[in-house]
Design a protein around this ligand. Structure first.
Ligand code: NAD
Ligand code: AKB
Length: 311
């Protein structure tokens, strides 16, 4: 049984991924690691270490000394935050990845998960049912870092046999942990505002369709991908994964079924241009064929579970 580390464990995905991995493999087998001095209370059921993904030597020493054989590398700047600090975004999103890929190349780590994003696509990509293999000319620093990361993952697999696996996550939606500076974050905030104040100002326009996914699907898909036999993993850059797809106006119509007086207005900002460069929806037939992926939450099911669990 391998020891696992989730680096970037205190964010939107990490919090839920650590809990799911601990549930499956045992709390003491899963090390949570993040910049934060202390773990949030929810992660107190297992080991936590304060670790900066950019401190290469410390990361190496910790992984080697503790015989950690699987790493989920989640530390990154997301799309909106990255546009405000492109130099640092490039540094964080790339350097952390090389540290982990090199440990895998040297044989210390046996399996790596590194998340990509729908941000790898750009304005010249076919926007509807975006295929796995297509034009990729990302126009954000975040998208450029994810596309470069995908190329490096595939390179390390082909040249050095590194077992690295990845998913191009769409916008992830959860009621348990807040999002960390992305363009799809409106689709989380909207639920909390609908419940608390009954109105919401959206930073994207009413008709901006984006691919989205409920967090439970994302966590299940991630663990299924990591548990799949290596020979089934035909794509070592990153798999397209679809959950559902909606515009702010469509999401509002679904929320109104629960909060009839809910009111939305629209004040698009710099994030509109980012959203406009991304797909409307995703074709995930390769993930379905290679390792049996299937989403469980469509828009209706996602809205229901969010509305029922936010108080
Ligand atoms: P997040 O911003 O919520 O969490 C990132 C975590 O990394 C934070 O807890 C932060 O403290 C930590 N971190 C930042 N710099 C660090 C450093 N130097 N060392 C250690 N920890 C550091 O992000 P998230 O939404 O959980 O995303 C995780 C990964 O998934 C990222 O690579 C992101 O690009 C990718 N992704 C997320 C989504 C989404 O919708 N959430 C979609 C596509 C891809
Ligand atoms: C973001 O909006 O930056 C993320 C993503 C889709 O990568 N949620």
């Amino acid at each position: 049984m391998s020891k696992i580390m989730v680096l970037g464990s205190c964010g939107q995905i990490g919090t839920e991924l650590v809990l799911a991995l601990r549930n499956k493999f045992g709390a003491n087998m899963v090390f949570a690691a993040d910049l934060h001095q202390e773990a949030p209370q929810i992660l107190n059921n297992g080991p936590y270490i304060q670790l900066d993904a950019l401190e290469k030597q410390k990361v190496r020493t910790f992984i080697i000394d503790n015989k950690i054989e699987q790493v989920y590398l989640l530390a990154a700047l997301l799309s909106a935050t990255a546009e405000k600090n492109p130099d640092f975004a490039w540094k964080l999103n790339m350097e952390g990845l090389f540290t982990i890929l090199d440990l895998a190349k040297e044989g210390y780590i046996k399996k790596v998960f590194w998340p990509s994003s729908i941000a790898v696509f750009g304005p010249t990509t076919p926007a509807d049912k975006t295929p796995q293999h297509t034009i990729m000319e990302p126009s954000t620093v975040y998208g450029i870092s994810k596309q470069a990361g995908e190329r490096w993952c595939e390179y390390y697999h082909n040249k050095f046999g590194v077992d690295v696996r990845s998913i191009r996550y769409p916008g992830l939606i959860s009621y348990k942990s807040p999002p960390g500076g992305g363009t799809t974050d409106y689709a989380v905030d909207i639920f909390f505002k609908a419940k608390s104040v009954g109105n919401f100002t959206c930073f994207l326009s009413a008709d901006t369709a984006l691919p989205m996914m409920f967090m439970d699907d994302a966590i299940r898909g991630t663990i299924e991908l990591m548990e799949a036999p290596a020979e089934n993993i035909k794509i070592r850059s990153a798999y397209n994964l679809a959950g559902c797809s909606f515009t702010p106006a469509e999401l509002t119509a679904e929320i109104k079924l629960f909060v009839p007086n809910f009111h939305i207005d629209y004040q698009p900002d710099y994030r509109q241009a980012i959203a406009d460069s991304w797909p409307n929806s995703i074709d995930d037939s390769h993930a379905q064929k290679d390792w049996g992926w299937k989403a469980q939450y469509d828009t209706k099911a996602l809205v229901k579970v969010m509305m029922e669990n936010i108080h």
